[in-house]
Design a protein around this ligand. Structure first.
Ligand code: 13P
Length: 257
C-alpha cells in the first residue's frame, strides 16, 4: 500500500453465495465489529439479484456495494443481462469485470472485457478489472506478456481522466479458491509490473494514483504481509469475504501503518 498516493480498497467477491436474508445477517455481523473510523474503502460485490438487499443492509456503514458483472449494451434484446445504467440506478458503485471465472466459464475475452469497462465508465461506475495467468502460463514464463496484453486491451480507449475511476485486480488463476496464495514477492512483482504498464500508457502521475489489488486465497493469516507491499493497494477476496469476522480481520490488516 501507499496511502499517500492512492486509495486502499478491500473488496469482497461473494460469487454465487448468500441469499438476501444472509446478506442482511452478514451486514449486521460486520457492523458489530467494524470501527467507526477506517482508512481503507470497503466494498462487497454481491450476486445481482441481491443488490437491492445489500444497498439497504449496508446503508449506514460506509460499505459500498458492487456487482460481479455487467453487459456492455445500454438496453435491448439481451436475455438475462444487466446494463451498467441499471446497476448505477440501484446505487451500485463498483463492478468486477473480466473475473477469470467469467473468462473461463462464460466465454469472456479481452475484447468483451474492454467493452464492459467502457460501458461501466460511461455509466459512472468504478470497474474492478481482473487480470491473471493460469499455472500453465506461469510455468511457460509468459506471465508478464499475458498481463501486459490483458491490461492494455482492457484499457483500450479509456481516457486518462477516466482511468482514475478504474481499479485493477491481479488474480493469478492458480491461487483462486485453491488455498494456494501467491507469495508476497510473486504478487508484488506482478502488481508492480501492472503499474509500470499503466505508466507506459498514461504517465507516471496517473500510474502512481491507480489502486491495484491482489486476489487469490487472501485471508486473515496472509493479508498483512500482502498488503504491506508497496504496489498492493488492497484485496479482492472470495472465500474469506463470506465470513464477517474474517473479512473484518482483512480490513484491519489494511489499516496498518
Ligand atoms: P478466493 O479468495 O476464494 O481465492 O477467491 C479470489 C477471487 O476470485 C476474488 O475475486
Amino acid at each position: 500500500m501507499n496511502r499517500r498516493y492512492r486509495k486502499t480498497i478491500i473488496a469482497g467477491n461473494w460469487k454465487m453465495n448468500k441469499t438476501a436474508g444472509e446478506t442482511k445477517k452478514f451486514a449486521e455481523e460486520l457492523k458489530a465489529v467494524m470501527p467507526k473510523t477506517k482508512w481503507c474503502d470497503v466494498v462487497v460485490c454481491v450476486p445481482a439479484v441481491n443488490i437491492p438487499a445489500a444497498i439497504k443492509a449496508f446503508k449506514d456503514m460506509r460499505v459500498s456495494v458492487g456487482a460481479q458483472n455487467v453487459f456492455y449494451e445500454k438496453s435491448g434484446a439481451y436475455t438475462g443481462e444487466v446494463s451498467a445504467d441499471m446497476l448505477k440506478d440501484l446505487g451500485v458503485k463498483y463492478v468486477i469485470i473480466g473475473h477469470s471465472e467469467r473468462r473461463q466459464m462464460f466465454g469472456e475475452t479481452d475484447f468483451t472485457v474492454n467493452k464492459k469497462v467502457l460501458a461501466a465508465l460511461d455509466a459512472g461506475l468504478h470497474p474492478i478489472i481482473c487480470v491473471g495467468e493460469s499455472l500453465e502460463q506461469r510455468e511457460l514464463g509468459i506471465t508478464m506478456e499475458l498481463i501486459a496484453l490483458q491490461v492494455k486491451s482492457a484499457l483500450a480507449g479509456v481516457p486518462a481522466e477516466k482511468l482514475r475511476k478504474c481499479v485493477i485486480a491481479y488474480e493469478p488463476i492458480w491461487a483462486i479458491g485453491t488455498g494456494k496464495t501467491a507469495t508476497a514477492e510473486q504478487a508484488a512483482e506482478v502488481c508492480t509490473f501492472i503499474r509500470t504498464t499503466v505508466r507506459h500508457l498514461y504517465g507516471a502521475r496517473i500510474a502512481r494514483s491507480i489502486t491495484i489489488q491482489y486476489g487469490g486465497s487472501m485471508k486473515p493469516g496472509n493479508a498483512f504481509e500482502l498488503l504491506g507491499q508497496n504496489d498492493i493497494d488492497g484485496g479482492l477476496i472470495g472465500g474469506a469475504s463470506l465470513n464477517a469476522g474474517d473479512f473484518m480481520d482483512i480490513i484491519n490488516a489494511a489499516n496498518q501503518d
